[in-house]
Design a protein around this ligand. Structure first.
Ligand code: ADP
Ligand code: MG
Length: 479
């Protein structure tokens, strides 16, 4: 009976799907194309060398059993690896690897008994044998202080940090290749990218690591075109073991540079070298970027950095102070952390200016000074009084623990603190009523409106209450 290749592969996939996780299936099996069935040899096409190695290393026994089940005990599997590169992207290599040959994996370039079927007309010059080039001493351009030790971990960055850590400990050998880190500005992309490079250098001093901003990459490429040294440029980048490309969004619309990066990317990826990319947006939101490049980014892992929560902001400030050997009153640290929420660079900037001001003018570090510096150095947009901060001031005023606001209790003083928090949040932040309610004991918008009315009524009738409200308002605004 004639065996139908698609049917056979479909049957294999069914078994595989039942045996591995959904994400793994999507990542490693959906991209596979069955391309040939010859007697009992099934040839499948995989997108890269790395992909093939990963399958062999992780799924070989599952693949073997499945194939044997479908094709009989002498069923075999062969891979065809698509190799796109700058010299020839039309003829994929076919690498035949019997599934039984497991040892091929560890060091494929040395021991894999591969049989490369490719037309002889497009032989690829090996950049590694260009005399002199290999000896270039690459300056990694890494900034020492941007280490993992100095990178504070929080919920906001946990995935990106741990993926970065995994990559640094095993460059090119994890599924996170490329690792793409994205976020808005000032949230630690550059720091984390350097941390990976530093860690690789510490663990594997012989590896060639390069950190480069895509702006620099672009400039160098322009120069290379001018000097007619594009080949050297490409070869240089192809020598990296770890290439860290910061702010890739800068390449938007720059087609030629994207093109050359695409080729560098492919070369590195196929050779099991690690690529780390940062961007100000997720790949799906990148415009003016070549589709084939974007689709490459999806091969690995995209992880975002979120604005840090309060505890992480405090921890970042404390770490910085500790590293600099400076002491600062706890209330000032908290005030800073409460005031600057959306950008770690601004948080650090304010901290540094407070330290500078205080040492220059021999001023004591106080909330007042902090307030002045924040006004001076932080964009007003990112400096909105936060509900968290209002809660804190109100609760401090009444001497009750902050988390009571969110409790279900109906004790009079708590209810009043909660109402005042709602009142000030409505007055001083741009948050919606619903949002304010949900942050103050999980109430709805009607409760917030009611609270505002209650406070206003009380202020009209109770002088002492009004005095307290005014005093609180001053405290919140630091006047
Ligand atoms: P981005 O590249 O996303 O614009 P950066 O990496 O330049 O942001 O980070 C801005 C500043 O904030 C840097 O000084 C960096 O050291 C600091 N920073 C960011 N995230 C952290 C963190 N998790 N722990 C400690 N410092 C951080
Ligand atoms: Mg940056």
């Amino acid at each position: 009976m004639e065996k139908n290749i698609d049917k056979i592969w479909e049957n294999c996939l069914k078994v595989i799907k039942d045996n591995i996780g959904h994400q793994a299936f999507k990542t490693w099996f959906e991209p596979i194309k069955p391309i040939k069935l010859d007697a009992n040899v099934l040839t499948i096409q995989v997108p890269s060398q790395f992909f093939y190695e990963w399958l062999e290393e992780n799924y070989i026994s599952l693949l073997k059993t499945t194939i044997k089940k479908e094709l009989g005990s002498d069923g075999r599997l062969e891979y065809s690896i698509i190799m796109e590169n700058s010299f020839d992207s039309t003829h994929p290599y076919t690498i035949k690897v019997p599934t039984s040959n497991k040892r091929a994996i560890k060091n494929p370039s040395l021991s894999m008994p591969i049989d490369i079927n490719r037309s002889s007309s497009n032989s690829i010059p090996n950049p590694f044998i260009i005399p002199g080039l290999q000896k270039i001493n690459v300056q990694s351009q890494l900034v020492e202080s941007y280490s993992f030790e100095n990178f504070v971990e929080g919920d906001c960055n946990r995935l990106a940090r741990s993926a970065g850590f995994a990559v640094a400990n095993n460059p090119g050998k994890t599924a996170f290749n490329p690792l793409l880190i994205y976020s808005t500005v000032g949230l630690g992309k550059t720091h984390l990218a350097h941390a990976i490079g530093i860690q690789v250098k510490n663990l594997f001093p012989d590896k060639t690591v390069l950190y480069i901003s895509s702006e620099q990459f672009f400039q160098q490429f322009i120069d290379a075109v001018k000097n007619n040294s594009q080949n050297d440029f490409v070869h240089f980048y192809q020598m990296m073991d770890v290439l860290i490309m910061d702010d890739i969004q800068f390449l938007a619309g720059k087609e030629k540079t994207q093109d050359v990066f695409f080729h560098v990317f492919n070369h590195l990826h196929q050779n099991g070298k690690q690529i780390v990319i940062t961007s100000d947006k997720a790949p799906v939101e990148m415009h003016d970027m070549e589709q084939r490049l974007l689709s490459r980014f999806k091969w690995g892992l995209s992880a975002d950095l979120q604005p840090p929560d309060l505890e992480t902001r405090i921890a970042i400030l404390e770490k910085k102070l500790y590293n600099d050997g400076v002491e600062m009153p706890k209330e000032v640290i908290e005030y800073l952390a409460y005031s600057i929420t959306a950008n770690i660079r601004e948080l650090e900037g304010a901290l540094i200016s407070i330290m500078a001001q205080s040492s220059l003018n021999k001023k004591a570090i106080s909330i007042d000074l902090a307030n002045q510096m924040i006004d001076k150095f932080v964009k007003s947009t990112t400096r909105e009084i936060s509900i968290d901060y209002i809660q804190k001031v109100v609760c401090d005023f009444f001497n009750i623990p902050v988390d009571m606001i969110n409790s279900k209790t109906r004790k009079r003083e708590i209810v009043q603190a909660r109402q005042l928090t709602m009142f000030f949040s409505k007055k001083m932040t741009k948050q919606s009523l619903a949002n304010i309610g949900s942050r103050c004991g999980d109430k709805d918008h009607a409760t917030v409106l009611h609270a505002c009315r209650t406070v206003n009524n009380l202020m009209d009738t109770d002088k002492q209450f009004k005095a307290s409200v005014d005093e609180l308002e001053k405290k919140i605004k630091h006047q």
